[in-house]
Design a protein around this ligand. Sequence first.
Ligand code: MG
Length: 170
Amino acid sequence: MLNQLVQDKINEQINNELYSSYSYLAMSSYCESQQFTGCAAWLRLQSQEEYTHAMRLYDFLIARGGRVILQPIKQPPAEFESLTHVFEQTLKQEQQVTAQIDSLYELAFEQKAFAALVELEWFIQEQVEEEKTAREIVHKFKLVGDDPPSLLDLDRELGERRPEAEEPAQ
Ligand code: MG
């Protein structure tokens, strides 16, 4: 059984992951409005992935005899200056999530919530990957600048992303 402090913090992180999902969906809809359907598809998949992160913590809390308490999800930004700006925001968002996961890990460590530590290690690794991917995409947008043919190529490339294979049941 997890103590209340750890439970509250996991509930908070469920909300953070759901916000992240919501925010990526808002970015996706912005890209749709700009006719960059590849970027929109990439961001929609990312939104779905964030939802699975929230559900992973949701299932963990239940498995440990905790209580999931859902909180309101705040409204994400809807307007962006450019595609580069959108992806700069994705990097910033992932850096924030990394800080949130680190702080949750720190609490679980202090509270000797060992099962939570093991669960959170998956998230720590995931954040390394998320930040790396976001950084690479931002770099590409900066290289391309305002060149329309290159932007269209990059949009097409991002549109080729496929959903991650389902992870085997634990
Ligand atoms: Mg996440």
